[in-house]
Design a protein around this ligand. Structure first.
Ligand code: PEP
Ligand code: MN
Length: 337
């Protein structure tokens, strides 16, 4: 970090701060300027409360240099992490495609959808059995019965099952059916859930909280990594802004930004990110064009009658067309699909 002293404060004030830095077993270097003095702190200061220096006499500003996340950082590991479950590969030049309905509703709905997903060449199948819903009166998911249906879809198609786990108590249960555990946007900062998933051996898809900053997102991933689970994919699913023409605002720049900061793969969710089916295919194309590491797309055999998120669900036909388009773009940018 860099500690900037207030204008006109004495050399002694800077030396006092430097002594405090040394007490924390970090190395201070004082730069005496014409207008103000600055202390450059060398060493890993992430375990210290860096902001506390702001309360010291004469300090104007404290500027952290090291990102607080460590294991997630590219500084720690420069080669890309490939998250893999069955044939689904996300990252390191592999474009992992996951598609399926928002919610598991019935065996017929899941089987019909899974067969189309398989035929399209995608390797992952999504479907929520435990659903986090804004209203307590909305459909809450088929729970374990839904997980059994998903496992049957994997049995027939070989697709890797991606499904949400909402509480630490359900991690073992969901992990016994799923290939990838999804942590939803609402739970991105549920630290007990992050730790529980970090302690198991299932790959994880961590969705960005609707109001989380990039640093908060990466620190949430850090919780999982710190517990031992290194198979973490990040999912940009849109954030809340003042804008109302879409359900959320989908920042595609997150892909390039995150790829510059972390070795973890980045998946785009254009369904929750826009909330409208007609916006989903172009956002899929755009995400592939900028070399996102994966897509997770909501699709349904009969969107008008879906139990959740029908408005943003592609029909099976439109999904197949979208996949064809993505394949052309993936080839052009050198991603394996
Ligand atoms: C979902 O994937 O259906 C879901 C609930 O997503 P999110 O957590 O991003 O809202
Ligand atoms: Mn949904």
């Amino acid at each position: 970090m860099i500690i900037v002293m207030k204008q006109g404060t004495s050399r002694e004030a800077a030396e006092k701060i430097a002594a405090r830095v040394a007490e924390l077993e970090l190395k201070p270097h004082i730069i005496y300027g014409e207008e103000r003095n600055v202390i450059a702190v060398v060493g890993d200061d992430r375990r210290k409360d860096r902001t506390a220096f702001e309360t010291c006499e004469g300090v104007d500003q404290v500027m952290p240099i090291l990102a607080e996340y460590k294991i997630a950082s590219k500084e720690t590991k420069s080669e890309p992490t490939i998250v893999q479950a069955l044939d689904l590969k996300i990252g390191g030049g592999h474009l992992g495609i996951i598609a399926g309905p928002c919610s598991v509703e019935s065996e017929e709905q899941i089987m019909e959808t899974a067969r189309v997903v398989k035929r399209s060449g995608a390797k992952g199948f999504r479907g929520g059995a435990f659903k986090p819903r804004t209203s307590p009166y909305s459909f809450q998911g088929m729970k374990e019965e839904g997980l059994k249906i998903l496992a049957a879809a994997r049995e027939e198609t070989g697709l890797a099952i991606v499904t949400e786990v909402m509480t630490p108590h359900h991690v073992d249960l969901v992990a016994s059916y799923a290939d990838v555990l999804q942590i939803g946007a609402r739970n991105m900062q549920n630290y007990q859930l992050l730790e529980a998933v970090g302690g198991c051996d299932k790959p994880t898809l961590l969705k960005r909280g609707a109001s989380a900053t990039m640093d908060e997102f990466l620190l949430a991933a850090e919780y999982i990594l710190d517990r031992g689970n290194q198979q973490v994919a990040l999912c940009e699913r849109g954030i809340r802004t003042f804008e109302t023409h879409t359900r959320f605002t989908l920042p595609l720049a997150s892909v390039t930004y995150l790829q510059s900061k972390t070795h973890l793969p980045i998946v785009i969710d254009p369904s929750h990110g826009t909330g409208h089916a007609y916006l989903v295919p172009p956002m899929c194309s755009a995400a592939v064009a900028i070399k996102a590491d994966g897509l997770i797309v909501e699709i349904h055999p009969d969107p008008p009658n879906a139990m959740s998120d029908g408005a943003q669900s592609l029909t099976l036909d439109v999904f197949e067309e979208t996949m064809k388009q993505c394949r052309v773009i993936a080839d052009a940018v050198g991603l394996k699909m």
